[in-house]
Design a protein around this ligand. Structure first.
Ligand code: THU
Length: 129
C-alpha cells in the first residue's frame, strides 16, 4: 500500500483548524490510514474538566474504528504550534493496540517535510493482551 505522506499531513493540518483547545491553546490535527486505505481525520478537543481532553490521534482512531477499520497503517500528526509534533504516551498505547500485522507508521512534519517513524520505535516493548 503506497502512503502519500504529504496528503496525510495536509489532512491533519486541515483537521487542526477544527481543534477545540481554549485551555492549552495547543491545536492538533491527525489523519489515520486504515488497512482499507481509507483516511480518517480527527482533532483534539478539550474540556472544562481537564482530564476529559481527547487528543487528535485518538479522535481520528475512534473515527477509523467506528467506520469498520480493524488495523491502522499510518497516523499523521500536525500542530501549528510545534514542529515535529509526536503522539503522547497514551496515544502511542492506543496506536499500538491497532497496529495489527503492521508496524504503524507515525508521520510528523519537520522543517516542512514528512518525517517517518514506526510505532515499535516510539513504544518499544508495547503492551497488548
Ligand atoms: N494533544 C494531542 O492532541 N495529541 C498529542 O499527542 C499531544 C497532546 C493535545 C491534548 C491537549 O488538548 C493539547 O494537545 C495540549 O496537551
Amino acid at each position: 500500500m503506497d502512503i502519500d505522506y504529504r496528503c496525510m499531513l495536509n489532512i491533519a493540518k486541515e483537521a487542526s483548524k477544527n481543534s477545540y483547545a481554549p485551555f492549552s491553546k495547543f491545536h492538533v490535527g491527525a489523519c489515520v490510514m486504515g488497512a482499507s486505505g481509507n483516511l480518517y481525520k480527527g482533532c483534539n478537543f478539550e474540556n472544562s474538566s481537564f482530564g476529559l481532553t481527547i487528543c487528535a490521534e485518538r479522535c481520528a482512531i475512534g473515527n477509523a474504528i467506528s467506520n469498520g477499520e480493524k488495523q491502522i497503517l499510518a497516523v499523521a500528526i500536525f500542530s501549528p504550534e510545534s514542529d515535529e509534533c509526536y503522539p503522547c504516551g497514551a496515544c502511542r498505547q492506543v496506536i499500538y493496540e491497532f497496529k495489527g500485522d503492521f508496524d504503524t507508521e507515525i508521520i510528523t512534519e519537520k522543517d516542512g517535510n514528512p518525517k517517518i517513524d514506526k510505532i515499535s520505535s516510539l513504544l518499544p516493548y508495547g503492551f497488548k493482551i
